[in-house]
Write a protein that binds this ligand. Structure first.
Ligand code: GAL
Length: 337
């Protein structure tokens, strides 16, 4: 299993105050301070139209601001990959041409990790991969492109943990999710982008937590909702029409899809906590509210603050010429009433 660790921002702030720099930042800039160094930071997000990654990218931007001093400024450019790998490759090419001092990258497709890493490394730019983990051949965190390149690292959370927490939330209910008492938990699964390891692991490990607890499960439906609220609603609505009361648990790989599922559950006259259970991942503010008032059974905090701050701290480390670890992990947190 991976070890989870979180960086302390303070150590890096001290390192910054020491002012050691190995790259060639712009001097001056529009900062008002003639002596300030301005580092150019390129941030490529897989898609702006994603609730969780919107929180994440906004936090990257605002956290960089908090790290600015009279001596150091960060000129942060954030671009929208529009879920299109070709578009994102162009954006990375542009970042290289523009001479970014560091790049933070949320890949559209992890299958393109090697091609992207190669060109950024060749350009001599440090690269911080976030949120979408490229997987090593043996299915663990050891990705060759990261291990082999000291200026490339990954910042993220272990999706196995989030899936396990989802399953545990159901297993820990008084009836263990078996509302109708027939000895099995009948569920539907709504998956994110299937190429994404977060979707694969959450799907697998949520159910594994139930079977590991000695419970019997029955999958009534398993559909791809691509992280999107509207798809979550449509899939749940169709599944409820088809399977009706037989559905006891709706597992969603993220909260956006759970928001859609909640709307469909309400529209069909079902009540979460009474005749159906619903779990998501991310702990969006609105979903935390829903957990509090019973409209969702639970969710799992995908710590966008911890992850974005770690990504920025690591980028600053790279700008300061400090050695990077290969991986930086941030823990998920179980959220129930
Ligand atoms: C997941 C998150 C999803 C979605 C996805 C994008 O970690 O839970 O809501 O943002 O990342 O890759």
């Amino acid at each position: 299993m991976k070890k989870f660790k979180t960086l302390l921002a303070s150590a890096l702030i001290i390192a910054m105050a020491a002012g050691c720099s190995s790259s060639a930042p712009t001097t001056g800039g529009d900062t008002g301070s003639t002596d300030a160094k301005t580092y150019n930071v390129g941030v490529a997000i897989y898609q702006f139209d994603d609730n969780f990654m919107t929180l994440y990218r906004n936090e990257i931007e605002s956290y960089f601001k908090t790290l600015e001093t009279d001596e150091v400024k960060y000129n942060v450019t954030i671009v929208d990959g529009k879920n299109d790998m070709a578009e994102q490759q162009n954006q990375i090419d542009n970042f290289i041409t523009q001479g970014m001092d560091v790049i933070i990258l949320n890949l559209v497709q992890t299958s393109s990790a090697d091609a992207t890493i190669d060109k950024v490394v060749a350009a001599g730019i440090p690269l911080v991969l976030i949120n979408r983990e490229p997987l090593g051949e043996n299915g663990d965190e050891s990705y060759k492109g990261i291990l082999d390149n000291p200026t490339v690292c990954y910042v993220g959370a272990d999706a196995r943990q989030s899936g396990t927490f989802q399953g545990e939330i159901i297993a820990e209910l008084p009836d263990h999710g078996d509302l109708n008492g027939d000895g099995k938990i009948s569920y539907i699964m709504i998956e994110g982008d299937p190429e994404n390891i977060d979707a694969q692991y959450r799907t697998e490990f949520s159910i594994k937590a139930l079977t590991d607890a000695g419970l019997t499960v029955e999958c009534l439906d398993d559909q791809v909702g691509n992280w999107a609220q509207a798809k979550g609603e449509e899939i749940t609505s169709n599944a409820l029409s088809q399977h009706g009361d037989a559905i006891e648990v709706v597992f969603c790989n993220n909260d956006a899809m759970a928001l859609g599922a909640a709307a469909a559950i309400k529209a069909k006259g079902r009540t979460v906590g009474k005749d159906i259970y619903l779990v998501g991942v991310d702990a969006l503010d609105e979903c935390q509210e829903m957990v509090k008032n019973g409209e969702m059974t639970g969710t799992v905090l995908n710590d966008h603050i911890g992850q974005s701050h770690t990504a920025v701290d690591v980028a600053v480390k790279a700008l300061n010429g400090e050695k990077l670890d290969n991986y930086y992990w941030v823990d998920y947190v179980k959220v129930t009433k």
